[in-house]
Design a protein around this ligand. Structure first.
Ligand code: PNS
Length: 160
């Protein structure tokens, strides 16, 4: 069985992430979307909230599982016996950072974890969770960037 992990912060999940999830789910037999529990950052949504949001947003995809992890991606992947990590590349600016992480993960895993890059659909190449958070903080329109049920949850976080 071809299994892969799509790790990330997903704070919040955007249409860009969902595009990658749908395409990766069509390539792999099983895709585990896993949210990093990053204790050094204060996220907008808790890990539990993000798990629930991602479950709702991917409920039409039977081979997609939602999970979370702490610590190193390689440790989590090896524990799950998954050997492919999926990441989206939006633009050349993502490349250097992603290449560094991919190579570090490959080295750390002794060659057991490879990274597969999917190029983000051009429609979403400008999109990031951080810009969604910033626009929402000023009560700007984020409906083109995240699913409708997420729009409401993001606004609630900013007290709108
Ligand atoms: O959505 P993001 O914030 O760009 O995702 C980054 C993520 C979660 C994929 C990356 O930070 C990660 O895997 N962190 C876990 C710690 C780790 O394994 N780091 C890699 C060695 S540099």
């Amino acid at each position: 069985m071809r299994a892969a992990i799509y790790p990330g912060s997903f704070d919040p999940v955007t249409f860009g992430h969902l595009d990658i999830i749908e395409r990766a789910a069509a390539i792999f037999d099983e895709l585990t979307v896993s949210i990093l529990n990053n204790t050094t950052k204060t996220p907008l949504f808790s890990v539990e909230e993000r798990v629930n949001i991602l479950k709702e947003a991917t409920k039409h995809l039977p081979n997609v599982k939602i999970d979370s992890f702490s610590g190193l991606l390689v440790d989590y992947a090896m524990q799950k016996d998954i050997h492919v990590s999926v990441r989206g590349l939006r633009a050349i600016t993502d490349f250097e950072y992603e290449l560094q992480i991919a190579q570090t993960n490959n080295k750390l895993s002794g060659g057991s974890l490879d990274t597969v890059f999917l190029t983000t659909n051009l429609e979403y190449s400008y999109l990031s969770s951080s810009s969604v958070r910033e626009i929402a903080s000023f009560h700007g329109d984020i409906s083109q960037f995240v699913p409708a049920f997420v729009v409401e949850k993001v606004y609630e976080k900013f007290g709108f």
